[in-house]
Write a protein that binds this ligand. Structure first.
Ligand code: SF4
Ligand code: SF4
Length: 112
């Protein structure tokens, strides 16, 4: 093995020569509901959605499309954004009807 390579590379290189029965287990999900405990909002870079509730017609398109379930509801009404889990992808702003335009993506820490 090349000693100038990182430890992770060396470990991976070694593991591919092993039969699968001897490889380390990985990617185990011990129980359901663990995703909610991971604050994916910490990964957000660049921009964040700002919801203008007075414009919202509660069509729920943003809620349906949000990949992180970060659009908050009370019954069938949108109430806000869960910034602990919002990754700032901007899909909600894209799917909000253009005539409504209730969600604006703004620079992180900025204002709409
Ligand atoms: S920016 Fe992306 S992750 Fe955040 S609320 Fe909108 S759709 Fe969800
Ligand atoms: S897509 Fe726009 S109008 Fe529809 S619920 Fe979401 S914020 Fe409101």
């Amino acid at each position: 093995m090349n000693p100038s390579r990182g430890a992770a590379f060396i470990e991976r290189e070694a593991s591919v020569t092993l039969p699968w029965t001897e490889m380390a287990e990985a990617g185990l999900i011990p129980q359901g509901g663990t995703a909610a405990r991971v604050k994916t909002g910490a990964w957000r870079t660049g921009s964040m959605p700002v919801l203008e509730l007075s414009r919202c017609i509660h069509c729920l398109r943003c809620w349906i499309w949000c990949p992180d379930s970060a659009v908050l509801l009370d019954g069938e009404k949108v109430t806000g954004i869960d910034y602990d889990h919002c990754k700032g992808c901007g899909i909600c702003a894209q799917v909000c009807p253009p005539k409504v335009h209730a969600i604006e993506m703004v620079p992180e820490g900025g204002e709409a």
